[in-house]
Design a protein around this ligand. Structure first.
Ligand code: DX5
Ligand code: ZN
Length: 221
């Protein structure tokens, strides 16, 4: 298992398996984790919070058996407090839920994840302001800034969303991880890193690339 402390404050690439070949996930993960990606991003969608359905805790549990990579679970679901225990049980290392979905249960969600000694993250959709998560910043280690509307891979990066990185950095300069997700490639990733992001999620850019190793390398630069 990778020591999370060693990956803090360095650039982290978290390939989103939503763009991978689901019939061959073990190999797909190997092609990225043997080429510089220490995290693997798992997009969980429920068809309610976002208009798409993907995978659930049983898949995370299976992936836990075949990889030592950090399992970075992005919950795009309603009522995250109800499902976080399943995802902890399944072996997730990082659990990020959406503030738009957690509402009054936000604190409960954070506490559950931290009690299990895992990394707690909160994500904000493009139209959600940083102000919404400000009260929780002292309690969490990761903020995920969505740079597309959540729901699908392969969308175009929204530069305006990335401005939020500055705000977060300002409010919590020592935050461990500022993650960006949606339309990340070498150019958009570079912009986000310059603004202060240190964890880049990328789906299509990595998995649809002819040279995944090079794609990951270009993000790590
Ligand atoms: C979108 C997901 C992303 C998506 C990224 O809702 O949260 O993780 O898979 O895919 P790309 O990098 O192709 O935009
Ligand atoms: Zn995601």
């Amino acid at each position: 298992m990778i020591d999370l402390k060693k990956t803090a404050n360095k650039i982290i690439v978290s390939p989103s398996i939503l763009s991978a070949d689901f019939s061959n996930l073990e190999n797909e993960i190997k092609t990225v984790s043997t080429n510089g990606a220490k995290w693997v991003h798992i997009d969980v969608m429920d068809g309610h919070f976002v208009p798409n359905i993907t995978i659930g805790a049983p898949v995370v549990k299976s992936l836990r058996k075949i990889t030592g990579a950090i399992l970075d679970v992005h919950l795009m679901i309603e009522n995250p407090d109800k499902y976080i225990p399943d995802f902890l049980q399944a072996g997730s290392d990082v659990i990020t839920f959406h503030i738009e979905a957690s509402g009054k249960k936000t604190l409960k969600c954070i506490e559950m994840i931290k009690k299990a000694d895992k990394i707690a993250g909160i994500s904000i959709k493009p139209k959600t302001r940083v102000k919404e998560i400000e009260p929780y910043l002292p309690l969490i280690d990761l903020v995920l800034v969505m740079t597309v509307e959540p729901g699908f891979s392969g969308q175009i990066f929204m530069p305006k969303c990335a401005q939020k990185i500055y705000e977060i950095k300002n409010l919590k300069p020592d935050i461990k991880y500022i993650q960006v997700d949606g339309g990340i490639n070498d150019k958009t990733g570079e912009k986000c890193k310059q603004m202060g992001a240190n964890c880049l999620v990328a789906g299509n850019y990595i998995f649809k690339s002819e040279n995944r190793a090079m794609a990951i390398k270009s993000l790590l630069k």
